[in-house]
Design a protein around this ligand. Sequence first.
Ligand code: SF4
Length: 127
Amino acid sequence: MEEKRLYGFILCVCTGKCPGFRDMDIWDLVNQVRVELPVEYGFIHPQLCEEDGDRFLADFLQVHRKVIIAACAPNMQRKMFKQAFEDAGLKMEENCVMLDIREMSTEKAFEKAKDALVKLGYEVDEA
Ligand code: SF4
């Protein structure tokens, strides 16, 4: 049976100064996700909706890896990133899971990422 391809995990943190992220430790969160959850890799982007974020997504999406974006509200993400997916020949809804993790603790945001992966059918260790 073909092995299930893993998602990439992007944590976008609004420059790191946005109050929406003050209750979490962004480094603990991304480390916990990349070490404990079934993702291909995890990393932090400071401001994915800026022009360099567009350029980054244009490069990143070339490999057609599905991605979880943990950031702001899905409707905002949809508006800001849809074109980047379309430009890469991808339907955003099929290739991206958008999570709003603002105003959450590290633990809550981690649980949200974990739940998303369980919903996608990945096995997650219950530690
Ligand atoms: S994509 Fe969302 S979370 Fe990221 S910088 Fe833009 S508004 Fe902030």
